[in-house]
Every structure is written in structure tokens, then in C-alpha cells.
Ligand binder design. Sequence first.
Ligand code: GLA
Length: 384
Amino acid sequence: MPIQPKHLDEQFAKCYGEPPRWVVRAPGRVNLIGEHTDYNDGFVLPLAIDRAIWIALRPRDDGQVSVYSIDFNQTKEFSLDNLTDEKSGWIEYIKAVAWSLQEAGLEPSGWEGILVGDVPLGAGLSSSAALEMAAARAFAAVGNFDWDPAGMAKLGQRAENQWIGVRCGIMDQLISAAAVADHALLIDCRSLQTRPVPMPSGVAIAVLDTATSRGLVDSAYNERRSQCESAAEFFQVNALRDADLELFEQLAHELDETVKRRALHVITENDRTLQAVEAMCRGELAALGTLMNKSHQSLRDDYEVSSNALDTMVECATAHDACYGARMTGAGFGGCAVALIDASAADEFAVKIAVDYQQKTGRTPAVYVCRATAGAEIITGAGG
Ligand code: GLA
């Protein structure tokens, strides 16, 4: 059941004796197609899901940030005058954003509030980017900063890269900041230009959580990034975005076998993503589904970031009549798959896939049928 901001308002009033000045929200995401392309300056096609992080807050004038997390039943505080990395869990994401704002020459002010979320943690649905963008929205409200989604997403990415220490690309923060309701967003990860692509009517997006953790993901992610960089160097292009299949076919025989397959994935995935946009615009659902299936095969065989659990989940999904296509989504090695399904069969699909997956793996999955929602926003509060 998605969180209702009204409950957060009530909780805030109980704690602080008055309604919050603002309630902000930033969503998690699922990526339809365009995987491991963002850090290659390529194209991605994610959408924001109806699972989000919410913060109800009011300003403080003593340079302190104090936040109570309902989910962790914990209050954490820090001073904006002296940001220190205490490696202390969820509050570090908020601190990281404050640090990034300061590094960008903005002067964030203090606030206090209550945080709650329903983006599953560690499932690959970008709960961290959602928290970063909710924090950015909170600081922007208190400091009266302009909300420039691409600029804020870059600040969030910097926070994640340099404070948290995860070398992610721009996709997660940018979709959380800039999503458009009922649309997926084509993002050009070089220019950061975005183009909303309407969700075709009659389809639903199912997020299929394999209930497996993404243990290997950090080291393998960094290794994939380095392999892509060396491929780009080999092809003498700035990033793999600038290589096409023709160049690949001319030169790839001289490339290390593994690096060659990594490059092939990125080059073909960029193409598939642009084709997927065309298919969506024309309402060609079968074609869109086929592109998703091919993306999964490429991630499994050439990029090698899938897992048995993800492959099994995708097999269960694609075996169902209501499914146009399915693939792993996010960094891989566990976490979630995404399926494009016939909306009229969504409930039946969700039940059947859960049973099939459980029978095959012994694990109980979570299945969410999602709506594409708007990006980070102020839900209540005039800000005056
Ligand atoms: C993670 C990263 C993103 C992106 C995906 C793979 O979610 O945070 O930047 O690289 O993996 O597409």
C-alpha cells in the first residue's frame, strides 16, 4: 500500500505540534531498457515507480539537520558547519547531498523532519537515489533554490560517487528528479536531455523482485566500467556511445574476448533503447517486448551481470501469455526484473509468476505492478 502523505502530516504534527512547512517526495525507479549504458554516455529509458521516499519538514535556523526515520525508528542529526562522514547508514545520504550542495557553492540551511519510504531497500529500485533526491528537494525548499532536475541529479550523483563511494552513473538520480507521470523518460546520458515517452495504453509494468541480494554488485560494476573505458580507448572514441556496430565489426577481432563482449552489449543496447522508444511511440508492444528480451540475453551472455535467480524470473515471466517481454533491470547480480504485460491480466500474472518462481527456486518473490509517476516534487506546503 503506497504511503499516504496525510499520515506523514499527522505524524509530524504529533512530534512538532504544528503541520509541516513542506512535504517532499522522490520516487524509486525501474529501467525499461538501456542497461549499463549510462556511464558510457549512452541512452536509458527508465520510469519512476509509485514507490517513494517522503520527508515532512520545517526550517531550523541553527544550521542543524535533524531527521527521524519512521522505517528505522531512529533520529539522526548533523551540523551543516561541520560535515563528517560517520558511515552511519541512511543519514549519510542526506549529509552527502548537503556536502554536494556546499561543493557546488550553494548554501544549504538547516531543517528538521520526518522521513518515510516504501521503496524496497537493496532491491535495485534506487532507494538511495530516491533518498538523495528527496533530500535535495528538502534543501531546495528550505533554501529557496531553483529546482533544476538535471543539475540536482548531478549533485546527487556526485554525493553518491564521492561521499557514499559508489561509482554509479546518472540514470537513477535523473529519473528520480525529472520523471513525468504516465511516461517513461528517454535520457541522453551525455547531454542530460530528456524526452518523455508516453506509456502505451493497455500495458502495465510489473517489477519482479527475485528476493536475492546483490552481493557482487560493487566490484563487478566497477570492473564493467573499466572494461568499457578500455574498449572506448581501443576504438579511439570518447565513450562507447560513439562506437557503432560497423566500427565494432571492423576492429573487434583485435580486442580481448571479454572486453569485446562488454562493448558489444553496450553498442547494441544503445540501439535497442532508441528502437524501443520508436516501438513505444507506435504502440508496437510485441516489438518492444522483443527488444526487452534481447536486452536480457545480452546482459546475461555478453555483459554477464545476470544471475540464476534473475534468469529464472525472466523465464517465468516470458512464459506467461500476458507478457510482451521481460529483462533484468538495474545493475544486476540479483534484485529485480521488469516485465511489460497486458494490463487486463496484471493480477493473474502477478499471482502466477510468484507461484512459478517459488516452485523453481524455493524463494518467495515480491511482485509490484507499477504506475509511472512524477519525479521529485513538493506535495504540500506553500514555502512562504
Ligand atoms: C545502477 C547504477 C546506474 C546504472 C545501472 C545499470 O543502477 O546506479 O547508474 O549504471 O546500475 O544500468
